[in-house]
Ligand binder design. Structure first.
Ligand SMILES: [Zn+2]
Length: 369
């Protein structure tokens, strides 16, 4: 099956041109599987997700599709085109300074009041009504008579498409990074399908990101219902996939990740084809054990710890070169950590201020099986 192509307008430039997103959609004649929404490149420099969508489109064209699948590459046209010299900036809205992936809408719904008005509904009907409410909230936000910021308009437009799906994948990369997955704690077994060795198990806290905007309102509903003696499994799955480093495209590696996503879609019954998960070790840690190491001093940095490999306490993490201190013991400083860990990502640049987030590392890892 070939995907249908369309476009969604998410803004306008000063010179009048529309900011359009390309949309690819597979709609099977009979929808019997869950629906999926996949977007890439919301951070302008994180381009690898587009290559993954390219490989996914080719895989899906050859598959028997059971659920509606919507793919949106290049999901931030302004951010992607925000270049400075050789590099793409594209992490923050240049007008407001807000991170493009912290612009999503947190549902302000009073769940107790909403449930009181809907408690007679069966699970299916309840899910339909709640979903309609979340989508209506997004639509209402975009129509505020006082307007919304450029970044918020784009994010909420994307979020509206996300709320329509049962499964949402937001494709990102780190700065210099090994692959890792943000996965809500309730959905941890899902992590064993993707071709991703490290998973962060995240709690039910809204920080403004797409995955949280999708699952937090449902998780809250599920918890509220539990307090009322009613069981409702969180009916949506939403993940952020961090697929390597920014400013980098690798089509072979994209194929590996497309196959991981296909394995998950197969497991969920979105495609009829049987796709096995890659055999690999997969480990996770809780968000509270995901530690940031901030540069204790400014200077020029040689990053020594290998990403995705165990680093024992006291082993070399990085060294900082300070030529202004040449001739003293402070010209070269070795940095290490007090605890065993797996470094997941490091800052992209080799020159840092004091306090720069130098590395992010996982500690207290456990196997996922
Ligand atoms: Zn990102």
């Amino acid at each position: 099956m070939k995907p249908k192509r369309s476009a969604l307008k998410v803004g306008e430039l000063a010179t009048g041109q529309d900011l359009d997103l390309p949309i690819f959609q597979f709609v099977p004649p009979q929808i019997i599987g869950p629906s999926v929404y996949i977007q890439a490149n919301v951070h302008g420099a994180e381009v690898q997700g587009n290559a993954v969508i390219y490989q996914l489109l080719k895989c899906l064209e050859q598959s028997e599709i059971l659920g509606k699948i919507t793919l949106v590459p290049l999901a931030n046209p302004l951010g992607i085109n925000q270049k400075s010299g050789e590099f793409t900036l594209g992490r923050f809205d240049p007008i407001t300074g807000v991170n493009w992936n912290r612009e999503y809408l947190d549902s302000q719904l009073d769940i107790a009041a909403w449930y009181q008005a809907h408690s007679e509904l069966d699970d299916n009907e309840l899910i339909m009504q709640y979903r309609a409410q979340l989508i209506a909230d997004c639509q209402q936000r975009l129509q505020l008579s006082w307007g919304v910021t450029t970044g918020h308009r784009q994010a909420v437009s994307l979020q509206q498409m996300g709320h329509e799906a049962d499964i949402v994948l937001d494709l990102h990369t780190g700065p210099k990074s090994c692959k890792h997955l943000y996965c809500p704690e309730y959905d941890l077994p899902a992590a064993k399908w993707f071709s991703i060795p490290y998973t962060l198990a995240i709690p039910n806290d809204f920080g403004g990101a797409m995955d949280e905007a999708i699952f937090c309102p449902w998780w809250r509903l599920s918890e509220y219902l539990k307090s009322q003696g009613r069981e409702l499994k969180v009916p949506v799955s939403a993940f952020t996939l961090e697929l390597g480093s920014q400013e980098h495209i690798d089509l072979d590696d994209a194929q590996v990740d497309a196959e991981g996503i296909m394995a998950y879609l197969s497991h969920r019954g979105v495609i009829a084809d049987k796709v096995d998960a890659a055999k690999m070790q997969r480990q996770a840690c809780y968000l509270k054990d995901y530690k940031k190491f901030h540069a204790p001093m400014g200077g020029m940095v040689q990053y020594q710890a290998k990403l995705g490999q165990v680093l024992a306490a006291g082993e070399p993490l990085a060294q900082v070169l300070r030529l202004d201190q040449y001739g003293s013991d402070n010209a070269l400083t070795s940095l290490s950590l007090p605890q065993d860990c797996v470094p997941i990502l490091h800052f992209a640049s080799a020159s840092v201020y004091q306090g720069t987030e130098l590395y992010k590392v996982m500690t207290n890892l456990f196997d996922i099986d």
